[in-house]
Design a protein around this ligand. Structure first.
Ligand code: DSN
Length: 422
């Protein structure tokens, strides 16, 4: 059952409560390997569902447009101070509703419509809001995009530098959603400095790894750092923008009143809780275990004939091209889900297939590491994945069902925050 329990919801709206309970069970029974997902602690869940949701607080601590902020101000200040201390930054804004609005605030702070912005191409591993064509950021600004090297699958900073010199972007984004390798923040910073661009590090995927010392930090290199709070950082769904002192006012004005009204105070409180958790030695160990698990899984998948983009991983994320397995990403992801292994189909660099039916899958280890799985389990995870993909090719639903049962049996020994067996 869901923890914290939901007796009032069950009494008042049993249909909705049943769906919530079923989702808790689903999250318990599945090997959740969507690289951007995690399990938050019960303390974070509790903070997310408090009466703080009742309050409007447009403005910032000490400068609000509504009365009654006696307790909201210290809550937001706590979140801001914890972000500054954990990441070692001059300034933090914890109000963006999520990652895309956080990135939009960067555009509002530093660009005029039509200005040039540079980011990693979406199919190469970037994000929609780094100037991809279907996003407002690609429609209202002039995007130029870097790729990865066709042979190595890694970002080629010489190519990034050449493009930056030719196009003179005002803002350069580094980071993305399908980048399995360490991001060279000093390298990007040197390029941004050379062309006079603001460097934005979008660390949404790796924020928890950075906080836990398992990935180099962009602090001291990037002018602005954007992140969601719900991926490896293991907080509620939300976002933060961290900046040098120089850019603090521009970013704060862009978030409010530029883009948003009242901050979501219950989310702010839950962010504060997650940031406190992320400053502990347990979290440091967690971040390192996420990376160790991903490395072990990458090795086991390679041994089983999976083609990994860039040949492996340095972080929490693995991107695999399934072409050599004779199956496309989407049917594979669907079969894996039926087998109790949840991940997403994904384009791979230079994909010849369409984004809605691409060649690859993307997976990660943040959630299964929260459950307590370690390197010793990764060969079994890779074996299940291999068997499920093979079963999908033969329409062998019996094997897929067997794997789902084996996954459930394994996970029964690893408690899930937010769920307890009834
Ligand atoms: N949806 C996020 C991810 O899965 O990486 C990016 O926005």
């Amino acid at each position: 059952m869901h923890v914290p329990s939901i007796p009032h919801l069950t009494a008042e709206d049993p249909d909705l409560a049943a769906l919530v309970e079923a989702e808790a069970t689903r999250q318990h029974d599945k090997l959740r390997m969507i690289a951007s997902e995690n399990y938050v602690s019960e303390a974070v869940l509790e903070a997310s569902s408090t009466v703080l949701t009742n309050k409007y607080s447009e403005g910032y601590a000490g400068r609000r447009y509504y009365e009654g902020q006696q307790l909201i101000d210290p809550i937001e200040t706590l979140a801001v101070d914890r972000a500054k201390s954990l990441f070692g930054v001059d300034h933090a804004n914890v109000q963006p509703y999520s990652g895309s609005p956080a990135n939009l605030a960067v555009y509002l702070a530093f660009l005029q419509p039509g200005d040039t912005v540079m980011g990693m191409s979406l199919p190469m591993g970037g994000h929609l809001t780094h100037g991809w064509s279907v996003s407002a950021t690609g429609k209202w600004f002039n995007p130029v995009r870097y790729a990865v090297d066709r042979e190595t699958g890694r970002i080629d900073l010489d190519e990034v530098r050449d493009l930056a010199r030719a196009e003179r972007p005002k803002v350069i984004f580094c980071g993305g959603t399908a980048v399995p390798r360490t991001i060279d923040f000093p390298g990007f910073a040197a390029i941004a400095r050379e062309v006079g661009a603001v460097l934005v590090a979008d660390i949404a995927h790796i924020a928890g790894l950075i906080a836990g010392g398992a990935h180099p930090s962009p602090v001291g290199h990037a002018d602005v750092i954007t992140t969601t709070t719900h991926k490896t950082l293991r907080g509620p769904r939300g976002a933060m923008i961290m900046t040098t002192a120089e850019h603090a006012t521009a970013i704060d004005k862009a978030v409010f009143p530029g883009l948003q009204g009242g901050p979501h105070n219950h989310t702010t409180a839950a962010i504060a809780v997650a940031l406190r958790e992320a400053s502990t030695s347990e979290f440091r160990a967690y971040a390192h275990q996420v990376v160790a698990n991903a490395a072990a899984l990458a090795e086991a998948l390679t041994e089983r004939g999976f083609t990994l983009i860039s040949g492996g991983t340095d972080n929490h994320l693995i991107l695999a091209d399934l072409t050599a397995k004779g199956i496309a990403g989407k049917p594979a992801a669907q079969a894996l889900d039926r087998a109790g292994i949840e991940l997403n189909y994904n384009t791979v660099p230079f994909d010849t297939r369409k984004p809605f039916d691409p060649s690859g899958i993307r997976l990660g280890t943040p959630a299964l590491t929260t459950r307590g799985l370690t390197e010793q389990h990764m060969p079994q995870v890779a074996a299940w994945m291999d068997e499920a993909v093979t079963a999908a090719l033969k329409d062998d639903e019996a094997s897929i069902e067997r794997i789902a049962g084996e996954v459930r049996d394994l996970l029964a020994g690893f408690p899930m925050p937010g769920y307890r067996a009834a």
